[in-house]
Design a binder for this molecule. Structure first.
Ligand code: C2E
Ligand code: CA
Ligand code: CA
Length: 305
């Protein structure tokens, strides 16, 4: 029998299985993205800046919404991913793809992360009280890994809300450039030692620089929708998807597929042994109030066996 691989080998093989960098998928059901579409999207972006963002954070205009995650074996809701939503009083909704980079570039990302984490953990407490024990996934900007106090700060937010670290997973995208390896490794290892889960987000969009991540003890990989969406129709994509799930499985790293929009892709990932999934086929992100109503109705229809 083949010996157990180290985390370094795991991640190196995962990165290899994903192949070369894939173009970032666009939001929404239509994936067409010609120059004209891009120009139109950019011109439709509201003219927000760091001052507006700081003001929005102070006035609680930015809120956590929650996309349910499903156990593919049982169809039970097992967790939620918290996603930041900003509804500007004049411009309406502002996309995270616009304001998250703005927060990163203007020293506001720690504030944004704290806001979303606090709201998400508050919601987890409410859900638990109503009988829905959910895990919570939070997006963590790679930039924050440079802060030596990160794990202590996140640990104390979890403690303030009374949510055990084991129910919280931080997702770190492989799309972005990471800080220097030693720095990132230190921060991530400290988070893991505190008992938090760590997820390699957007897996399959990898840049070669992220090969440096090979020593990080991930507990989960989150397979990007560019590998998942339409896999039932494309043989090469299917092979890469299957390889990723197999390797993660071999190493005891949980797999979550994101961007599941089609029941045939869902059948495929379940057949390949993927543990969890999220996507518009199941449910898009909901506000806290909507989530509680939806959970009650869903769990009523799908009682735990
Ligand atoms: P992500 O972490 O990869 O989050 C998944 C994105 O895919 C979300 O977009 C979600 O609404 C969207 N999505 C969910 N299901 C489907 C589906 O079936 N098909 C398709 N095409 N899309 C689906 P969203 O909310 O616009 O967020 C975009 C990105 O912004 C996130 O990507 C994440 O990288 C970042 N982001 C969002 N909230 C936060 C936050 O609180 N902190 C940080 N650092 N980043 C955040
Ligand atoms: Ca994510
Ligand atoms: Ca993702």
């Amino acid at each position: 029998m083949e010996g157990r691989m180290t985390y370094g080998e795991t991640i190196a093989r995962l990165l290899d299985a994903a192949g070369p960098a894939a173009p970032a998928a666009t939001e929404g059901p239509a994936h067409a993205c010609g120059a004209g579409v891009l120009q139109k999207e950019q011109s439709q972006r509201p003219p927000i800046d760091a001052v507006a963002l700081r003001y929005a954070l102070e006035r609680n205009e930015i809120n956590a919404h929650f996309q349910p995650q499903f156990d593919l074996q049982t169809d039970q809701v097992c967790g939620v991913e918290a996603l930041a939503r900003w509804h500007h009083p004049h411009f309406g909704p502002v996309a995270p793809e616009q304001f998250v980079p703005l927060a990163e570039a203007n020293g506001l990302i720690a504030d944004l992360t704290r806001t979303i984490m606090s709201q998400a953990l508050q919601e987890a407490v409410t859900a638990t009280a109503a009988g829905h024990a959910l895990s919570v996934s939070l997006n963590l900007s790679p930039m924050l890994l440079e802060s030596p106090e990160l794990s202590e700060e996140l640990g104390s937010v979890a403690q303030q809300h009374g949510v055990p670290a084991g129910r919280i997973t931080f997702e770190i995208t492989e799309r972005a450039m990471l800080p220097e390896l030693a720095v990132a490794l230190g921060a991530l290892t400290r988070l893991r030692l505190r008992g938090f889960g760590l997820s390699l987000d957007d897996y399959g969009t990898g840049r070669s620089s992220l090969r440096q991540l090979t020593r990080i003890p991930f507990s989960e990989i989150k397979i990007d929708r560019s590998l998942v969406h339409g896999a039932h129709q494309h043989q090469e994509q299917r092979a890469r998807l299957r390889a990723a799930i197999q390797i993660a499985d071999e190493l005891g790293v949980r797999t979550v597929a994101e961007g599941v929009e089609d029941f045939r892709d869902r059948q495929l990932i379940r057949h390949y042994g993927c543990a969890r999934a999220q996507g518009w086929l199941f449910k898009a992100a909901l506000s806290g109030t909507e989530l509680m109503e939806w959970l009650a109705a869903y769990n009523g229809r799908h009682p735990a066996g």
